[in-house]
Write a protein that binds this ligand. Structure first.
Ligand code: PMP
Length: 395
């Protein structure tokens, strides 16, 4: 199988080479994606000749930067089918979930699932929610029939991953929204692993909150977004206090700006917002439909190859989005990862910030290969060669 001809984008990514200029088989895009030159250049301009603060400056450079920052918000909003007043820039998905867990006015019961990332578990615990856990189907999807049976009127929130960072399994978001709303709860979707590989319209899917990080979407670290329905954001108190989020401050009393500013205390990540928008444009120009089908072909190819081996256990459903977790008999995933690194193949080995899922799978860790729009069959071939070599070492 050859990668589709229109996928010649690896050349856009300076990070895909080893220090001595050889191809680097980067199979850890689910942890963080490599950055295309266009994003790096947009950020360099924003940090260089265009640099100034936003919102407060009376000079023209600051006014221009403010326009660029707010244009970035519109681009990020449009990327998930939202309006600009519905996008709060956060440090990432983790901060976005913490924000909702802390600021949502009624902290009651939240329904999570076994496959959630720690960042969609711990914030709810910290903020004092009662946590219930929806089980998975045999093939590693969130069991929405079980969710339906578990939901009660005490549930104010259902918070689920759109795509699992370990199994690649996809949530039927529209059905999850229907179930949550049927029980009188809101739905927060963790879209970290979905937005780089599926086209998302958060409002049309019925979500109430949708969170994601720029760095998994070929953009910079240090920024992400909370999309929230305007009426819900409007009813939430601030998450942090400081500059920019206020209307009027006195020592006696402070009033707050409306969302999204209410939730953006302090000087924002200006350069990162520009990079975030540039990454959204880059991905939109290529087209999520072709990225999705490209990654699905790679997943099918890798799973097919691994399934033929009698020394590999595959986790997760056949139809998974961009991510393949597996175990190689007799070899700890960390050892596999270390030996693969000697052959310029980068995979992830560990619990992937999903310890409850590891417990459910009955393993301390998995090896995980995850694809990006720049991945190709050569990366799969290098991984398989590396597995062969590892087996010889451990024989
Ligand atoms: N949710 C999922 C499904 C993830 O994969 C990740 C990142 N591994 C996160 C949440 C947290 O994202 P961040 O660390 O960028 O806040």
């Amino acid at each position: 199988m050859n990668a589709p001809a229109h996928f010649s984008h690896a050349g856009d990514f300076p990070g895909l080479r080893t220090r001595d200029g050889k191809p680097w088989h980067y199979l850890d895009t689910a942890a963080t994606a490599q950055k295309p030159r266009i994003v790096i250049e947009a950020m360099a301009r924003a940090l260089g000749e265009d640099y100034a603060t936003v919102h407060r400056g009376v000079y023209s450079r600051s006014a221009e930067m403010t326009l660029a920052y707010e244009a970035a918000r519109r681009t990020v909003a449009a990327f998930v089918g939202g309006r600009e007043d519905e996008i709060v820039f956060t440090r990432g998905a983790t901060e976005a979930i913490n924000l909702v867990a802390q600021s949502y006015p009624k902290k009651a019961r939240v329904l999570l699932s076994t496959l959630e990332h720690h960042s969609n578990i711990v914030p709810w615990q910290l903020a004092g929610w009662q946590v219930d856990v929806c089980p998975l189907t045999k093939d590693g999807r969130i069991d929405l029939d079980a969710a339906q049976a578990m939901l009660t009127e005490e549930h104010e929130m259902v918070a689920l991953a759109h795509v699992s960072n370990v199994l690649g399994s996809e949530l039927d978001v529209a059905r999850a929204a229907e179930l949550a709303h049927g029980a009188g709860a809101k739905l927060l979707v963790d879209g970290c692993q979905a937005v780089p590989r599926l086209s998302v319209d958060a409002a049309a899917l019925g979500c109430d909150f949708y969170v994601f990080s720029a760095h998994k979407l070929y953009g910079p670290t240090g920024i992400g977004a909370l999309w929230g329905r305007a009426d819900l954001l409007g009813a939430m108190p601030p998450y942090q206090g400081g500059g920019s989020m206020i209307d009027k401050v006195t020592f006696a009393r402070t009033t707050y700006a409306p969302p999204p500013q209410r939730f953006e205390a302090g000087t924002p990540a200006i350069t990162e917002a520009i990079g975030f928008a540039s990454a959204c444009d880059y991905v939109s120009d290529i087209g999520l439909a072709s990225i999705e089908s490209h990654e699905r072909e790679l997943v099918a190819k890798l799973r097919e190859t691994l399934r033929k081996r009698n020394d590999v256990t595959l986790f997760g459903p056949e139809e998974s989005a961009g991510i393949v977790s597996f175990a190689l008999d007799g070899v700890h995933p960390h050892d596999l990862g270390t030996i693969l690194d000697e052959q310029d193949v980068a995979i992830r080995a560990g619990h992937h910030c999903a310890q409850p899922l590891m417990e459910h799978l009955g393993v301390p860790a998995t090896a995980r290969a995850s694809f990006g729009l720049y991945s190709d069959v050569d990366d799969i071939a290098a991984l398989i060669d590396g597995i062969e070599r590892t087996k010889k070492i451990f024989a």
